[in-house]
Design a protein around this ligand. Structure first.
Ligand SMILES: NC(=O)c1ccc[n+]([C@@H]2O[C@H](COP(=O)([O-])OP(=O)(O)OC[C@H]3O[C@@H](n4cnc5c(N)ncnc54)[C@H](OP(=O)(O)O)[C@@H]3O)[C@@H](O)[C@H]2O)c1
Length: 300
């Protein structure tokens, strides 16, 4: 069973993908019970006749006890200028959720989606003391999708003509697009994108959510698909190479922080942390990003 804590836009979209693809039973857990029940009633009608899955809604955490995977997509409010705006309330919220998960399903694999993503992933892992390969923050794969999209728009080509678009570090303003690995129509991106253009594209990825909000209140489908891909990989034990926020223990020279890095996912969660070669400027920026996340955590 997949439990999804928070049945707002993001939680409901993840549930819809899991159910319409018959992945597994889904339980929506929401602070306001009626919202979870309403979304479950709606999504129930996306179950095809030959499917065995079901979806229910509740505000009762004790019902998550059979969960193999718990997705945390809850939020105490909506940030306006920065993902770290509601840090204190979100940290309090994730600690409460962590206690419930520890009590009812301590063996589940946890996918953190709520913001500020890297801080909450770190706090959750420390609070529960679950193995770090079972606590996965999903965001840098979304940032990587945005990187790929922006490059395809710039060069007026299809996204499939861009490979290895990877964003590492914070899901926030210090995120680091790894230009040295990107191939655009088989050509190395560094050969065709100059430094000024790289800075412009980096800022566009960082501000993607703000541009999106000029047209729509909040993002939902991109993160839902990126989260679904990880859930699917775990349930089907179908290895997936992606990027995700993981608590680091010396990898990339970092400790006491969770941030986006390339990983291999399978039925056990993170099977492997992939250490790729970065150029000097990327390594420097990644260090700054790690320190930025650690600095946020000094406030509590
Ligand atoms: N990782 C990423 O790349 C990414 C991308 C997009 C969004 N996000 C983040 O995902 C989160 C959800 O976004 P959203 O747009 O879906 O927000 P939303 O529509 O406001 O939904 C949040 C839901 O969480 C519920 N909730 C709050 N506290 C709870 C608790 N303790 N237990 C259970 N449910 C609780 C709320 O319940 P009520 O009905 O009572 O208000 C609400 O239904 C946000 O933190 C957002 O920043 C992350």
């Amino acid at each position: 069973m997949i439990s999804i804590i928070g049945s707002g836009r993001v939680g409901a979209s993840i549930a819809f993908l899991c159910i319409s693809n018959s992945l597994d039973d889904v339980l929506l857990v929401n602070r306001t019970k009626s919202k979870a029940i309403g979304e479950a009633l709606d999504i129930s009608n996306a179950i095809s006749e030959n499917s065995n899955v079901s979806i229910h809604g509740t505000d009762d955490f004790s019902k998550i006890s059979d969960s193999d995977i718990v997705v945390i997509a809850a939020s105490t409010g909506i940030y306006l200028k920065n993902r770290t705006e509601m840090m204190d309330a979100q940290v309090r919220m994730i600690k409460e959720i962590a206690n419930q998960i520890k009590k009812y399903c301590p063996l589940a694999i946890i996918l953190v989606v709520s913001n500020p993503l890297d801080v909450l992933t770190f706090v959750f892992q420390k609070e529960t003391q679950l193995s770090r390969n079972k606590v996965i923050g999903i965001a840098s794969s979304l940032d990587s999708s945005r990187f790929r999209y922006l490059l395809s728009e710039k060069f007026k080509i299809k996204q499939s003509q861009i490979t290895n678009a990877l964003v590492m570090g914070e899901h926030g303003d210090s995120m680091v697009p790894i230009f040295s690995r990107v191939k655009i129509n088989e050509k190395n991106a560094l050969e065709i994108i100059n430094e000024i253009e790289r800075k412009v594209i980096s800022t566009e990825i960082q501000n993607y959510w703000k541009s999106l909000r000029l047209f729509k209140s909040r993002s939902q489908f991109g993160i839902a698909k990126n989260t679904f891909d990880v859930i699917r990989s775990i349930i089907k034990n179908d290895e997936l190479v992606t990027s995700a926020s993981i608590v680091l223990n010396g990898e990339y020279g970092e400790k006491d922080v969770s941030m986006g890095i390339p990983v291999k996912i399978n039925k056990n969660g993170v099977k492997e942390i992939i250490e790729i070669k970065l150029n000097e400027s990327e390594s420097k920026l990644l260090k700054i990003s790690a320190q930025t996340i650690r600095d946020y955590m000094k406030s509590f």
